[in-house]
Design a binder for this molecule. Structure first.
Ligand SMILES: [Zn+2]
Length: 141
């Protein structure tokens, strides 16, 4: 019998409260959507900002992103608060990233394998939605 251990997945306490404007991002910029931890560091999907796009799950302005590892779903739409800048030293994104790291890394086993906290899902229309926004949409906010 392979040994299985229960994996505790921490809730994302930072992203839902993040205050970031739509204009904070620009087409062509490289961003990451933080999804968990790998090897004691934050882990996520690196993507490129393509063009403004309506984010239907939140009814707010979002961004169309290109995910080079997305296969058939390479183009997805995300809310600005899901995104963290990779392409430039950005104090706001850095602060958010540090808060995420302080919170998340100690809560997840120091394994080399990536642990996806499963905060995000994709709708049928390729809209990336955070679990907090999906819950808000279901309750009719
Ligand atoms: Zn930024």
């Amino acid at each position: 019998m392979p040994e299985t251990r229960p994996v505790y997945l921490p809730a994302d306490i930072h992203t839902p409260d993040r205050d970031i404007t739509h204009q904070h991002f620009r087409p062509g910029e490289h961003v990451v959507v933080l999804k968990g931890v790998a090897g004691g560091e934050l882990w996520g999907d690196a993507m490129k900002v393509v063009t403004p796009s309506w984010h239907t799950p939140t009814d707010e302005d979002g961004w169309r992103l290109f995910d080079p590892s997305g296969g058939a779903r390479s183009y997805i739409t995300a809310h600005p608060r899901y995104l963290v800048h990779l392409s430039k030293r950005c104090p706001e994104c850095l602060t958010h990233q540090q808060a995420m790291r302080r919170y998340l890394v100690p809560r997840i086993d120091d394994s080399d394998e990536a642990v996806d906290c499963r905060w995000y899902s994709l709708t049928a229309l390729n809209q990336l939605v955070h679990i907090a926004d999906a819950a808000a949409a279901r309750s009719g906010r």
